[in-house]
Write a protein that binds this ligand. Structure first.
Ligand code: ARG
Length: 281
């Protein structure tokens, strides 16, 4: 059988299985910086919609926020790696996230034949947050509520929601929220089939440096205990574990630097990243 037909036949059961389901995709890292990867990402997202999957995109801010703060000569301080967000900083975060980046993603998806709608967590009070209390970092929030009706409506009408992770505070302030966490919480509230985190690494790596293709919750906990999973991968897997505990069926950590990483993960048997699910099926 030719390779082409093999690939198509491999994809068909997944197209059938995932028809009508919702995938929340955290978009960030290199896939959001490099021109060709941006276009390929947008093409993949448009295609998912055409095969009956409802992609929900939650994006980060990346280095662009830092660049604009620098251009505007607004000094930034970091506490434990987190940007201290005062009111001036939040204005810039909102301009970049909700303005530039959000609309660029929307345009790219639209250019690829999809129909995307950009919104921030403030629209329709989609995300409600409260101030992070254990650190003095200003207007950074933890999500306390997700009003998913608006996302469901957008999906239902054939559009693709693209969400900037800003939130409304019950105290009248606006808050900046971590994009991974926002994606996780949105996936939970939607009881999504999948949460997919696009990162700049292949996935969870074992001690030998090789990719671990598939993991259960229990196996992830063992790897955390053994410190095989360390550094920046810890918050990523924690985000996946939280989502699984709250009813999301499957989570994936994949490398956004690989062109068409999403399609390769979803429509092939072996995928290209790490899939973490509740248990062995
Ligand atoms: N395509 C299938 C799915 O989306 C399998 C993916 C397997 N991925 C992996 N990293 N082992 O569920």
């Amino acid at each position: 059988m030719s390779e082409k037909i093999k690939t198509l036949l491999e994809a068909l059961p997944y197209i059938k299985k995932f028809f009508g389901s919702t995938f929340v995709i955290k978009y960030g890292g290199a896939a959001m910086e490099e021109e060709s990867l941006k276009k390929e990402f947008a093409r993949d997202v448009a295609l998912l919609k055409y095969v009956g999957i409802n992609p929900v995109i939650v994006h980060g801010g990346g280095p662009m926020i830092g660049r604009l703060l620098k251009d505007l000569q607004i000094p930034t301080k970091f506490v434990d790696g987190l940007r201290v967000t005062d009111e001036k900083t939040l204005e810039v975060v909102e301009m970049v996230l909700s303005g530039l980046i959000n609309k660029e993603i929307v345009k790219n998806i639209n250019d690829m034949g999809g129909r995307a709608i950009g919104l921030s967590g403030k629209d329709g009070r989609l995300l409600i947050a409260k101030r992070v209390e254990d650190k003095d970092i200003g207007l950074v929030g933890d999500i306390v509520k997700v009003n998913v009706d608006i996302i469901k409506d957008i999906n239902k009408h054939g559009y693709i929601p693209v969400i900037a992770p800003l939130a409304d505070g019950a105290d009248g302030f606006a808050y900046n929220v971590n994009a991974d966490t926002a994606a996780g919480r949105i996936a939970e509230a939607l009881l999504a089939e999948k949460l997919i985190l696009l990162t700049d690494v292949d996935g969870v790596l074992g001690n030998d440096g090789n990719l671990i293709s598939i993991l259960t919750k229990e196996e992830v906990n063992i790897l955390l205990d053994k410190k095989t999973i360390s550094g920046g991968m810890i918050p990523k897997v924690t985000c996946c574990l939280d989502a699984l505990a709250a009813g999301v069926k499957e989570t994936h950590i994949i490398n956004g630097k690989i062109p068409h990483a999403i399609l390769l993960e979803i429509f092939t048997d072996s995928g290209i990243g790490t899939k973490i699910s509740g248990g062995r099926q």
